[in-house]
Design a protein around this ligand. Structure first.
Ligand code: GTP
Ligand code: ZN
Length: 398
C-alpha cells in the first residue's frame, strides 16, 4: 500500500541533536537520572508526525534528543536502515521490520534497536519515537513495562497523538484499516460492537492530542472535531496547531510525566457524553481505601481488564450493568487511609499498581483526597454508577 501523503519516504532516521545545555537545570528526579524518557508520537497517515519531529529538532529546548522516525509504515521491506547521527559521526544499523508494522516490530527487533541505542546512552537524554500511521499505540506502550532490560533503561513519558483536523471525522466513522487490509486482525481483536477505527485507538491512548492542520478547517469544523475528540478521550490535553507548531515543547511533547503522577488530571471537564458511538471516558471517584485492600483493587482490575467483566454487586440491576465493554486505557490514583498513594496505569490488558512518586512541582497544591480512576474504552454504558458501585463493593467487601 502506498499513499501520496507519504512523500517524505526516507528510511527510519535517528537524529541526535546537540543543543546548548540549559542554564536553568530543572528539578532532578531520581527516575530521570536513571532512565531515559521516551515519548511515542502517533497519528494517522499524514497527520503531521514528521512535521512535528522536524519542528522539535529545529527548536531550542536544551535537550539532546534521539529521534526515531518511522517512515516504513507503508512498505513491506524486510530491512530498513536505522541511521544514528552523533557529532558528525554516522552509524547505520539494520533493523528488521516484519510486515512494516511498528507495533509488532517494536516487540522484537525494535527492542533490540532501542537496546543498542541505549549502549550509547549519555549522548542523548530523551527519545522520540514516531510510530507508523497505522500503528496501534496500545500494542507499543506496554513494551516499555514488560521488557525487563528495556524497562530498566527507558521509561515511557507519554503518548502524543497528532490529529488531522480536516480528515479525522471521516476516519472515525470508517472501518478499521487493518481489517480492510486483512492484516493480522487476530492480533487486534476489538470484539463486537460499534466499529473502531485505528484513529479511535490512537486518540483513545493519547496523553496529549495535537489537533493539527487548523488552517484547513473553519472554526465551526474545529469545534466539532474538538467535541468529538474529547468525547473519545476526556483526559488528554488538546493543543491546536498549524503545521504541528506547538506553543511550547516542554510539557506538550517532552516531559509529559503522563505515567508518573496523575494529580493534575482534569476530571472536571470529563462529563459523560455520547457524541462518539464507540469510545468514551468515565471517572470513578471514591473516598480513600484501607491499605490492606490494595490486593482487591488488583483483582478488580484483573477482572475488568483481562476478562472484560465488571464484578457485579449483590444489589446491582442486570439492566444497567455493563457486560459488553473493552477498556483501552486506564489511569488512576489510589488514596489510602494511611495517607500514602498508589498509581495505577493500564494500556489494554497490561497494568501496574505502584507507589506514587512525590513530585516537586505539586508541593504548593493540596493533594486530592479522593481515589480517582479514569477509564477510556468501548461500551462503558450510560452512567458511571455501576462502575463506582462495583469498585466500592468489591474493594471494600461490602
Ligand atoms: N495545510 C497543512 N498541511 C500540513 C500541516 N501539517 C502538516 N502538513 C502537511 O501534511 C503532509 C503530511 O505531513 P507529515 O508530517 O509527513 O505527516 P506524517 O504524520 O508524518 O505522515 P506519515 O508518516 O505518512 O504517516 C505534509 O505535506 C505536510 O507538509 C498543517 O497544519 N496544515
Ligand atoms: Zn500489528
Amino acid at each position: 500500500m502506498s499513499t501520496n501523503l507519504d512523500d517524505d519516504d526516507t528510511p527510519p532516521e535517528l537524529v541526535d541533536v546537540s543543543v546548548m545545555p540549559s542554564d536553568q537545570p530543572g528539578p532532578i528526579e531520581e527516575e530521570s537520572t536513571l532512565r531515559v524518557p521516551i515519548t511515542l508520537v502517533t497519528g494517522y497517515l499524514g497527520a503531521g508526525k514528521t512535521t512535528l519531529l522536524n519542528y522539535i529538532l529545529t527548536e531550542e529546548h536544551g535537550k539532546k534528543i534521539a529521534v526515531i522516525m518511522n517512515e516504513f509504515g507503508d512498505s513491506s521491506d524486510i530491512e530498513k536502515p536505522l541511521t544514528v547521527n552523533q557529532g558528525g559521526q554516522e552509524v547505520t544499523e539494520w533493523m528488521e521490520v516484519a510486515n512494516g508494522c511498528i507495533c509488532c516490530s517494536v516487540k522484537d527487533t525494535g527492542v533490540m534497536a532501542l537496546e543498542s541505542l541505549m549502549e550509547r546512552r549519555g549522548t542523548f537524554d530523551y527519545i522520540l519515537l514516531e510510530t507508523t500511521g497505522l500503528a496501534d499505540p496500545g500494542n507499543i506502550a506496554p513494551v516499555f513495562w514488560m521488557d525487563e532490560g528495556l524497562g530498566s533503561s527507558i521509561y515511557l513519558d507519554g503518548i502524543v497523538t497528532l490529529v488531522d483536523a480536516k480528515n479525522i471525522l471521516h476516519l472515525l466513522d470508517e472501518p478499521a484499516p487493518e481489517e480492510q487490509a486483512g492484516s493480522h486482525s487476530e492480533d487486534h481483536d476489538h470484539g463486537s460492537g460499534p466499529v473502531l477505527s485505528m484513529a479511535h485507538m490512537q486518540v483513545s491512548h493519547a496523553d496529549v492530542i495535537i489537533l493539527n492542520k487548523v488552517d484547513l478547517v473553519t472554526p465551526e469544523e474545529l469545534e466539532a472535531v474538538r467535541d468529538r475528540i474529547s468525547a473519545i478521550n476526556g483526559v488528554a490535553k488538546i493543543h491546536v496547531t498549524d503545521h504541528s507548531r506547538t506553543p511550547q515543547i516542554e510539557g506538550v511533547v517532552l516531559d509529559l510525566h503522563a505515567y508518573d503522577h496523575l494529580d493534575d488530571l482534569d476530571f472536571s471537564k470529563k462529563g459523560h457524553s455520547h457524541i462518539d458511538p464507540a469510545i468514551s471516558t468515565i471517572a470513578v471517584v471514591t473516598p480513600p481505601i484501607p491499605a490492606e485492600r490494595v490486593p482487591q483493587v488488583d483483582s478488580w482490575l484483573q477482572s475488568v481488564l483481562w476478562e472484560s467483566t465488571l464484578p457485579a454487586p449483590a444489589d446491582s440491576s442486570p439492566d444497567t450493568h455493563p457486560t459488553n465493554f473493552e477498556i483501552h486505557r486506564l489511569k488512576g490514583i489510589l488514596r489510602l487511609e494511611d495517607g500514602s498513594s498508589r498509581i495505577i496505569q493500564a494500556v489494554r490488558d497490561v497494568f501496574e499498581i505502584r507507589d506514587s512518586e512525590p513530585t516537586q512541582t505539586d508541593d504548593d497544591k493540596p493533594s486530592p483526597v479522593q481515589c480517582k480512576i479514569v477509564l477510556i474504552g468501548r461500551g462503558l454504558g450510560p452512567t458511571v454508577d455501576p462502575w463506582r458501585n462495583s469498585f466500592e463493593s468489591f474493594v471494600r467487601g461490602r
